[in-house]
Ligand binder design. Structure first.
Ligand code: MN
Length: 272
């Protein structure tokens, strides 16, 4: 049998035993050799955290499958720099239990794994499935496979990853596919305050999502309408349109010390 040409790294933030990861890995096996390197337990919402103060352990759990006691970003680093014999052609993170829309990308371990892949130069995609108790991972896997094929064929622009969100529907009930931008979410009562049995106050960060802004072509809109959402995300989050505006602040930020230097220079210039 010839050596498979395509290598794909699969990871997630729900943990190696999550069914979404299994469904994804099986679907992507149609394209080549799949390597699974994922956290040994759920690490949802750890964003881009890296483990610096405890040792990381790698446990092989199957053929080309490894569990690590770290974050999704730890897993991507160890996979790419230690575990895989050669660089993969594609990294796919997911399928996450629940959407990652709008600001979610800043908190999501699923998306951060794809960000790390992009930083390390591997074309990367995050896949998240809308749902509550049950998840149509078969729908997510079908679309992830299609996007994966396109990335392998055409590549992605430099410093760019894609964030794929799948509506809570069977494959046949999906209404379409939209390329979208990130939305903004507004929460109602994001902090829940309660009292424990000892009379002490404690808090849960657990708001309910009530409204969205920035709705033109936004990812949440596509999902609400039953469509698949594909958002390109750029590593460079510099706001270029505001550079000039902020440059007008430079003198004020320079402050007194710089003014002193300037006036000294003027004075010495005057003496000459
Ligand atoms: Mn998750």
């Amino acid at each position: 049998m010839p050596e498979p040409r395509i290598r794909i790294l699969v990871t997630n933030d729900d943990g190696i035993q999550s069914p979404g990861l299994g469904v994804l890995a099986r679907a992507l096996a149609k394209l080549g050799e799949v390597w699974v390197v994922a956290p040994d337990r759920e690490r949802t919402a750890v964003a881009h955290a890296v483990t610096l103060h405890k040792p990381l352990r790698v446990h092989q759990t199957g053929d080309r499958a490894y569990a690590i006691n770290g974050t999704p970003v730890d897993c991507v680093n160890l996979a790419l720099l230690k575990i895989l014999p050669r660089r993969p052609h594609l990294l796919v993170s997911g399928i996450n239990k629940g959407v990652n829309l709008g600001d979610d990308v800043l908190y999501s371990g699923t998306v951060s794994a794809a960000v790390e892949g992009t930083i390390l130069g591997v074309p990367s995609m995050a896949v998240s499935q809308e749902g509550r108790d049950r998840f149509h991972f078969d729908t997510g896997a079908q679309y992830a496979l299609r996007v994966a094929r396109l990335i392998l064929r055409h590549g992605l622009p430099e410093e760019t990853l894609v964030n794929l969100n799948i509506p809570d529907r069977t494959p046949k009930a999906v209404t379409g596919v939209r390329v979208t931008c990130l939305s903004r979410r507004r929460f109602e009562n994001p902090i829940i305050e309660k009292v424990d049995p000892h009379g002490r106050t404690y808090y849960w960060i657990a708001g309910t999502r009530v409204s969205w802004s920035r709705s033109k072509d936004a990812d949440h809109e596509a999902i609400e309408e039953g469509a698949v959402s594909l958002t390109p995300i750029h590593l460079d989050s510099t706001h270029y349109g505001v550079l000039e505006h902020l440059r007008a602040w430079e003198p004020a930020i320079r402050g007194r010390s710089v003014r002193t230097v300037t006036s000294n220079a003027k004075r010495s210039g005057g003496k000459r």
